[in-house]
Each structure stands twice: as structure tokens, then as C-alpha cells.
Design a protein around this ligand. Structure first.
Ligand code: HEM
Length: 364
């Protein structure tokens, strides 16, 4: 980050800054390629146009249409692992599953998921703030851009139904007089190809880890599966996978007695706000009854995560699938975590007790 930055860590400050996009801008140094990626890296009024264009594809009916595919994919991946009895779920489940669901959502061949995931990870890992390997970033960028370019060309040629297919919608829609140019389409597709699965992978690791290491919670959730959605949001409040996102101050502003000057970078630290003791009593504890729907796991304000309904559906389906296939699961060795600024689980060894085997033993 070079020149230094401010961090807002209290709930009240983070939420207030997220609600003032006219002062805390999302433009600045692009993070998802060499150009600003709409909608996340543009401000109003452009942002509104992109957001309205994308929103219909994330409606509840679209998400519920995707659910049966998510269920099939979760079963395909988890089935053999549960049968084997042990596996590192980070490699064999939390990593591939969200990318496959994303392929389904965007109408891409399922076999492309691994390549997409690989490029997105290369770019993230080799960025200046991590391994700082510009050549690796360039290589992966070039592959991802070529993929997105071919995809856009394919959709132009095929003439699919724009209401059903998001990418066809982007290349054909004329929205309020704004026709996207090919580079804009490319940036949006590239953003979705990377933003649409990495955070879900981290979240899935966090959720499965919580359930595996806290037997009382696992017992409760198995007994009353209607608690699963709320539990997922509480796990993610407790450990928020997207720890922070950056803004640039557009004018001088004072927060907590400190003067932030125009042009300075400001991190909204969602993960810290989600553990602010002034907002959540006993924030270090996972409390399933907690009323914490106002958490900042998916951000706040105009840039609030567009994909959150898909992500929450995917996470629920994954937990339900593991509950269906097993009578119990528990950790099977040391866990490894990734830190800043994506807070995931990179090693998640699990021992799983297959329901089928138990049923066979008991003659059911
Ligand atoms: C549990 C998984 C996820 C988490 C924790 C997460 C988190 C976030 C956060 C914190 C933001 C706000 C960034 C900011 O204010 O600068 C965001 C924005 C966004 N997310 Fe997600 N996300 C997840 C899954 C997804 C999925 C599955 C998709 C797409 C399929 C997606 C697409 C987007 C997009 C397009 C934006 C930009 C919205 C805008 O600028 O208007 N996300 N996400």
C-alpha cells in the first residue's frame, strides 16, 4: 500500500463511512484487473446503472432456480469424501464447490471451474501486498481476460434469452440509454469470475470449521435445521471472511478526532466492526440466538454484496448436504488459516461418519 492508510474499526464509524459514498469513494487503484471493475470500483451515478442492470439476475427466484444445481454439485463433491471417511475439506470441497456453482449461475461449462479458480487465486496471491510477483499476475490476468473475451464473443454469437442469461443480458441490454461497451462487459464478467467464489470458499471453511469444533452447536443444528441460516450469519459475523475493503477520501473529513485528508486511503474493517463490543455484547462468543442481522459481513450501503443471496443459499445447501450424508463430523488434525485480507481456512482435515454405514450396521 506504500503511502499508508487509515483503518476504521468501530461498527458505528464503518457503517457511517459505508453510507457516505460521496466522501468515501470506491474508485482508485483497480484490484480486479488493470481497469476499474464495475460495479465495485465505480461511484455514483455510473454505479447505479451497473447495479440496476445486474440486480435482476440476483433476484430470489433466480437464486432458488440455482438451488437444485447447488444441491447436486454439493452431493457430487461431498459424497465420495464422506464415503472415504476422511478428507481435507478445504482442498476437496470448500475450494471447488463455489466455483462450480458460479459456473452454473453464469451458464459456463462446469469443467472450466478449476481453471477460473486457479487464475483468480494466482492474481490474489501474487498481488503487490502479498507475494508481489507482477509477472505471475500478468500471466493469470491474460488468461482470465482471454477467457472472458471468448465468453462475451460466444454470447454475442448465440443469441440466448437475455432475461435468463446474465452475460447475454450484459452484451445486449440497452439500459436507460446506456449500452455497455465491450471493455465494460469484460470488466464485469472478470469481476464476477473472481468475486463470485473466493469469499464463498473462505466462508464455507469458516462455517464447517465452527460446526466441526463445537459439538453442542452441531447437535443443535442437526436437531433443528431451521436454525442453519441464522447460524451461518452468526459464524460469519464472528469470523468475517472479507476483512476489509478500501475507500479513498474525496474530501477532508474528521472521524474520532482524527483528520483524514482528501486523497488518503481508508480501510473499512468489516471484521472488526462485526466484533465491536459497543454494538454486539460478548462479540467473541458465537450465540445462535443473537439478533445480528445488521452485521457487515457483506458490506453496507450502495456497494453491499450483490451475490449475498447466492452465497447464503450455497452455504446452507452445503451444510444441509453434510448433515444428510453424515451422522457426525469432527476435526481430524490441525487446521490452517489464511489471514489478511481474506480470512479463510486453507487446511480443514475432517473425519466424517457416513449415515449409510451407520444405517447398514444398525440394519436400517
Ligand atoms: C460469503 C461470500 C461473500 C462475501 C463474504 C462477500 C462480501 C462482499 C463485500 C464485503 C462486498 C462489499 C465491498 C465494498 O463495499 O467495497 C461485496 C461486494 C460484491 N460482491 Fe460479494 N461476497 C460474497 C459472495 C459473492 C458472490 C457469490 C458474488 C457473485 C456471484 C458476489 C458479488 C459481489 C459484487 C458484484 C459486489 C460489488 C457490488 C457493488 O459494488 O455494487 N459476492 N461482497
Amino acid at each position: 500500500l506504500g503511502e499508508g492508510f487509515w483503518s476504521l474499526t468501530r461498527y458505528e464509524d464503518v457503517a457511517a463511512a459505508a453510507a457516505r459514498p460521496q466522501i468515501f469513494s470506491n474508485t482508485g487503484r483497480p484490484r480486479f484487473g488493470d481497469k476499474s471493475a464495475p460495479p465495485i470500483e465505480v461511484d455514483r451515478p455510473e454505479h447505479t446503472v451497473f447495479r440496476r442492470m445486474l440486480q435482476p439476475y440476483f433476484r430470489p427466484d433466480k437464486v432458488s432456480n440455482l438451488e437444485s444445481a447447488a444441491k447436486r454439485l454439493a452431493n457430487e463433491l461431498a459424497g465420495p469424501l464422506v464415503k472415504a471417511g476422511r478428507a481435507d475439506l478445504s482442498k476437496s470441497f470448500t475450494y471447488p464447490y463455489p466455483a462450480r456453482v458460479l459456473c452454473e449461475f453464469l451458464g459456463l461449462p462446469p469443467d472450466d471451474a478449476d481453471a477460473l479458480k486457479g487464475w483468480a487465486d494466482e492474481i490474489f496471491d501474487a498481488m503487490p501486498e502479498r507475494e508481489n510477483d507482477p509477472a505471475r499476475v500478468d500471466r493469470a490476468e491474460a488468461s482470465l481476460t482471454k477467457y472472458a473475451r471468448d465468453l462475451v464473443a460466444d454470447r454475442r454469437a448465440r443469441g440466448l434469452d437475455a432475461d435468463q442469461d446474465l452475460i447475454t443480458g450484459l452484451v445486449t441490454h440497452n439500459f436507460e440509454g446506456h449500452m455497455l461497451d465491450p471493455e465494460e462487459v469484460l470488466s464485469i464478467v472478470r469481476l464476477l469470475l473472481s468475486a463470485g467464489h473466493n469469499s464463498t470458499t473462505s466462508s464455507l471453511g469458516i462455517v464447517l470449521l465452527h460446526i466441526a469444533r463445537e459439538p453442542a452447536i452441531q447437535t443443535r443444528l442437526r436437531a433443528d435445521q431451521s436454525l442453519i441460516p441464522k447460524a451461518i450469519e452468526e459464524f460469519l459475523r464472528h469470523e468475517s471472511p472479507v476483512m476489509a475493503t478500501k475507500r479513498t477520501a474525496l474530501s477532508d473529513v474528521e472521524i474520532g478526532g482524527r483528520q483524514i485528508h482528501a486523497g488518503e486511503q481508508v480501510f473499512l474493517v468489516w471484521s472488526s466492526a462485526n466484533r465491536d463490543v459497543e454494538h454486539y455484547p460478548n462479540p467473541e462468543e458465537v450465540i445462535l440466538e443473537r439478533e445480528a442481522r445488521d452485521h457487515l459481513v457483506f458490506g453496507r450501503g450502495v456497494h453491499r454484496c450483490l451475490g449475498s443471496p447466492i452465497a447464503l443459499m450455497e452455504l446452507r445447501v452445503a451444510v444441509e448436504t453434510f448433515f444428510e450424508l453424515t451422522t457426525w463430523f469432527e476435526l481430524d488434525g490441525p487446521v490452517e488459516r489464511a489471514s489478511w485480507e481474506r480470512y479463510g481456512v486453507t487446511r480443514l482435515p475432517m473425519r466424517m461418519h457416513a449415515r449409510e454405514l451407520v444405517n447398514q450396521r444398525e440394519g436400517i
